[in-house]
Design a binder for this molecule. Structure first.
Ligand SMILES: [Fe+2]
Length: 244
């Protein structure tokens, strides 16, 4: 009865113990995230303070913008291992834009995975590839499982909610950005986040932290009403724990 008066929790307060983040840009010098080792250490320490227990860093791989190879990413990760002051386990994968170079990598089997054969992919914010469903099909033929980053951020799907159901049916998993539920990406993303949670379409969550300003978002109040569904998806990230 008193739920109406209940105080909204801050985002960081909802993180379960042992929380594993599967999406961030904390590796130095690869993309629009951390620029150098000092920034990486600051970010990772900030995340640890907020309650993150393990991280899988996922720098962008995007033709013409951030043309990272698997070796580049591994090199950046290795260099960070030598830094002082890091206390939580950190592994690496990538957030791949579904472009032509991605298709080549897929054919060569050269994709860095979150775990097993699960690969984090993103779409352009302007339009999805015309052959998106074919790509998803091909990926799975190659034995990969696509995990779509932040489905709630693709504005061209906002008026077409059924496409989310179709993507799930096509074998795509969904990773919600945590900052979406505090309204960081605007009211429309927040609304779609709530709808995706209510429809039980979200599999996992990720921070998508790029810089220190993003850490502050975790102090903000959670705006979605379905806190239970959000907590469940946060708990589901335990699947990615190195200890699992
Ligand atoms: Fe990202």
């Amino acid at each position: 009865m008193l739920s109406f008066f209940k105080k909204k929790p801050s985002l960081f307060e909802l993180l379960p113990s042992g929380f594993v983040d599967i999406h961030s840009h904390v590796l130095p010098g690869l993309d629009d995230g951390s620029k150098n080792t000092t920034q990486s250490v600051e970010l990772i320490q900030g995340m640890e303070k907020l309650g993150f227990s393990e991280l899988i860093a996922t720098p962008h791989t995007m033709t013409g913008v951030w043309e990272n190879t698997s070796e580049d990413i591994k090199y950046s990760w290795t260099s960070l291992q030598e830094a002082q002051g890091l206390n939580i386990p950190l592994s690496y994968a990538s957030e791949y834009l579904l472009d032509n170079a991605f298709l080549e990598r897929m054919q060569e089997g050269d994709l860095l995975c979150l775990k097993d054969r699960m690969v984090l992919v993103e779409l352009s914010y302007f339009q999805a590839p015309i052959n998106l469903f074919e790509i998803l099909f091909e990926l799975q033929l190659k034995g990969y499982i696509p995990v779509l980053a932040h489905p709630e951020r693709y504005a061209y799907y906002f008026s077409d909610f059924k496409v989310f159901q179709q993507l799930k049916k096509a074998g795509c998993m969904f990773q919600l950005n945590l900052m979406s539920v505090v309204g960081h990406y605007g009211p429309e993303s927040l609304k779609i986040s709530e709808a995706l949670l209510n429809a039980n379409l979200i599999d996992y969550v990720g921070s998508d932290i790029h810089h220190k300003g993003h850490l502050d978002c975790f102090q903000r109040k959670v705006q979605v009403k379905n806190i239970e569904a959000l907590k469940q998806t946060m708990a589901a990230n335990a699947f990615f724990s190195e200890k699992a």
